[in-house]
Design a protein around this ligand. Structure first.
Ligand code: HEM
Length: 433
């Protein structure tokens, strides 16, 4: 199976094999399979390519078929030296390019170097296949200007302030935000997605190791059970409320919508032309009050979402992929899909046509002090412009959505995701040029 856009994919090549035998020839780009499947499970992973090219017109890990596992990390840059930052991005580019092809992070390898020096790869991915690993980099607002909470413009840390995109600002405070600063913000972010959690963790761990002295990890989040489908041939997974999630997501095959709603267009921001072909990444950690949710009746749960828990069909009828009929009358003079149902409030028809590419993951980070699960949905979405495609929708949801009774937002961040790169270039090169 091969993939367009992110480059060709291969299947089943182990890291051991690559270390010893070099990289197999990449296949040719092909078309996506057409047709939707709505039932299924992680068996999807077996039908996906084992590796994706790191270089290309856009960064991988956006329209790439969503993998099963996530390790996401936000970093603080701890130097003021622009050259040191550029050097890190160059080193990260090389390492990411290697790891996504199933090779070790460094050119020597985890066990091949001298015994009196730390290895240039940590070793836990020896023998594992590339597992569809994608590594996606982003730049936070604080990379451009410091934000110490004062009213002033902030300090231009790396001579980048005049290239800061207008839409790249700390997200506003939304109702139900109880943000932990230790789980929010960041100068840089790295999203590592793979079908094997050890491969995703290996990627973040090695990038953090390479960045020692230049960056420090500010926060990181593990995720499982993707909560979205990003191609039409992927089955729709379920979130921890037990509902299918991702049904109406933008799919890679909807190329007009991807262009219109995901990629930053030429001329979108005259001061930030380096971002053309890139995107904005919204990251929000939604804690679910699982134990309270589990005591709600099935009928109420479905009313809150506006869809059937079983099939994922809208409550107005049909199948999972039937368009909801928001005007269909229900009981008590109310529409059958309630005014405060999630799918009504966030639907493009009521949001100036805005769509987003959702790519979030479930998380369970153990239990809280009361014995409840510290669990929820780590919401990730790629949008062309957060001012038009995210903030108004999130505001509406936070204010009116029936689901909010069971949600608390504990982490939040926004990043600009630069476009992809060609051979010999490093991630974000156009920004520093
Ligand atoms: C824990 C938080 C959330 C849960 C449990 C949740 C759940 C769901 C479910 C079950 C669906 C229906 C299936 C589908 O079309 O994917 C859905 C759709 C959707 N959600 Fe959420 N969601 C959450 C947060 C958000 C947030 C923060 C936003 C954006 C501000 C959002 C935007 C959307 C959109 C745009 C759709 C598709 C609507 C359509 O086109 O019909 N969701 N969500």
């Amino acid at each position: 199976m091969v993939r367009t856009e992110e480059g060709a994919g291969r299947r089943g090549i182990s890291r051991r094999g690559l270390i010893g035998g070099g990289v197999a020839a990449a296949g040719v780009a092909g078309a996506f399979a057409v047709g939707r499947s709505s039932e299924g499970s992680t068996a999807d992973a077996a039908t996906r390519p084992s590796s994706y090219a790191f270089r290309g017109a856009h960064q991988a890990g956006i329209v790439t078929p969503a993998q099963d596992r996530l390790h996401f990390a936000a970093f603080d840059v701890i130097t003021d030296d622009r050259e040191q930052l550029i050097q890190l991005l160059q080193q990260w580019t090389e390492a990411a390019d290697r790891m996504t092809q199933g090779k070790p992070a460094g050119t020597v390898g985890p066990v091949e170097g001298p015994s009196n020096a730390p290895p240039d790869d940590t070793g836990e991915a020896i023998g594992l296949s590339p597992s569809g690993l994608t590594i996606t980099f982003g730049f936070g607002p604080s990379l451009f200007r410091t934000d110490d909470g004062s009213a002033g413009p902030g300090r231009d840390r790396f001579g980048l302030a005049d290239r800061q995109p207008a839409a790249l600002r700390t997200l506003p405070h939304f109702p139900a935000d109880v943000l932990d600063p230790a789980r929010s913000y960041g100068d840089l972010c790295v999203q590592a997605c793979a079908d094997d959690p050890q491969v995703a963790v290996h990627a973040i761990r090695n990038l953090a190791r390479i960045g020692f002295g230049t960056v420090s990890v500010r926060w990181s989040q593990l995720g499982f059970g993707r909560t979205s489908s990003t191609t039409v041939d992927q089955s729709t997974p379920r979130n921890l409320f037990g509902f299918k999630d991702g049904t109406m997501n933008i799919k890679a095959e909807e190329s007009d919508d991807v262009t219109e709603h995901v990629w930053v267009g030429a001329g979108d921001d005259a001061d930030a032309d380096w971002l053309t072909g890139g995107s904005y990444l919204v990251a929000r950690r939604f804690n679910m009050t699982i134990e309270v949710w589990d005591r709600q009746s099935l009928g109420d749960q479905e009313a809150f979402v506006g869809r059937s828990k079983d099939s994922g069909a809208p409550l107005s009828g049909g199948g999972e992929h039937t368009e909801p009929d928001f005007d269909m009358p229900g009981a008590d003079d109310l529409p059958v899909i309630a005014p405060d149902a999630h799918v009504r409030l966030v639907h493009p028809d009521f949001n100036d046509g805005a769509r987003m590419l959702r790519r979030g993951y479930n998380f369970v980070d153990g239990s809280n002090a009361l014995g409840g699960l510290d669990a929820g949905l780590f919401f990730l979405a790629f949008v062309r412009n957060p001012d038009t495609h995210f903030i108004p929708i999130q505001t509406k949801m936070a204010t009116n959505d029936a689901l909010m009774e069971y949600l608390k937002v504990t982490g939040s961040a926004l990043f600009a995701v630069p476009p992809g790169i060609g051979e010999g270039e490093y991630v974000g090169q156009a920004l520093f040029a």
